[in-house]
Write a protein that binds this ligand. Structure first.
Ligand SMILES: Cc1ncc(COP(=O)(O)OP(=O)(O)O)c(N)n1
Ligand SMILES: Cc1ncsc1CCOP(=O)(O)O
Ligand SMILES: [Mg+2]
Length: 211
């Protein structure tokens, strides 16, 4: 079973060619990203497919799992390692059936512990809470409080992911509160040196060595 901890890299909405995006992700992985999510809310079907396939190549080469946001069909088509589902993205049980027992099925729980309990019961691999801080990527996201992470750590068997406006400066607080992964878009992709940016997050974890 995949060990879920450390920096969880999420891609930004970008029209960049697939090889350029893959190169960026490779750099972030070299800095210590432990899980990658392909998330692109703006791209059409062909670009999404091309970008996702390119990322899968990079992730496979590095031994890092690739999760697809929202789209179980794309995840199944390209043989990705899992899917991340929010409230409106379909049924985690159906996703598990489609992708298999070893797939990573992530579920958004926003600021809601009841959703997290339910996600665990349905076989989710991790639950995600947030946004913890203002997020340039998702400015209108619901805000979550730190206490949720401690409750999740104490009452769930599956790991909790924190997301939303996370920086190397505020990430330590979330880990101390109970987050097992920090999910980050802007804090890595908006930096000139993606490997160094990833390293700054990876170093917050006990075993955050770069690959
Ligand atoms: C790790 C992680 N956590 C939360 C989300 C948000 O999912 P969702 O609420 O479905 O919103 P969109 O990302 O689809 O806009 C996520 N993608 N990843
Ligand atoms: C997808 C998502 N859901 C809540 S905040 C967020 C975006 C996180 O991106 P950033 O790290 O740029 O705040
Ligand atoms: Mg979604």
């Amino acid at each position: 079973m995949t060990h879920l901890d450390g920096l969880y890299l999420i891609t930004p909405d970008t029209a960049a060619p697939h090889d350029a995006l893959a190169e960026q992700v490779a750099r972030a992985i070299s800095g210590g990203a432990r899980l990658v999510q392909y998330r692109n809310k703006g791209a059409g079907r062909q670009l999404r497919r091309d970008q996702a396939i390119a990322l899968l190549g990079v992730c496979r080469a590095a031994g890092v799992p690739l999760v697809i946001n929202d789209d179980v069909v794309l995840a199944a088509e390209i043989g990705a390692d899992g899917v991340h589902l929010g409230r409106d993205d379909g049924d985690p049980v159906a996703a598990r059936r489609r992708l298999g027992a070893d797939a990573i099925i992530g579920v958004s729980c926003y600021d809601d512990m009841d959703l997290a309990q339910a996600a665990e019961r349905t076989g989710a691999s991790y639950v995600a809470f947030g946004s913890f801080f203002p997020s340039a990527t998702k400015p209108h996201a619901v805000r979550a409080s730190l206490g949720l992470l401690s409750t999740a750590r104490d009452s769930l068997r599956i790991p909790a992911v924190a997301i939303g406006g996370i920086t190397p400066q505020n990430g330590g607080l979330l880990i101390a509160a109970g987050a097992r992964m920090l999910a980050v878009v802007t804090g890595v992709f908006a930096q000139p040196d993606l490997a160094a940016a990833a390293r700054a997050y990876a170093s917050l974890f006990v075993d955050g060595d770069p690959r």
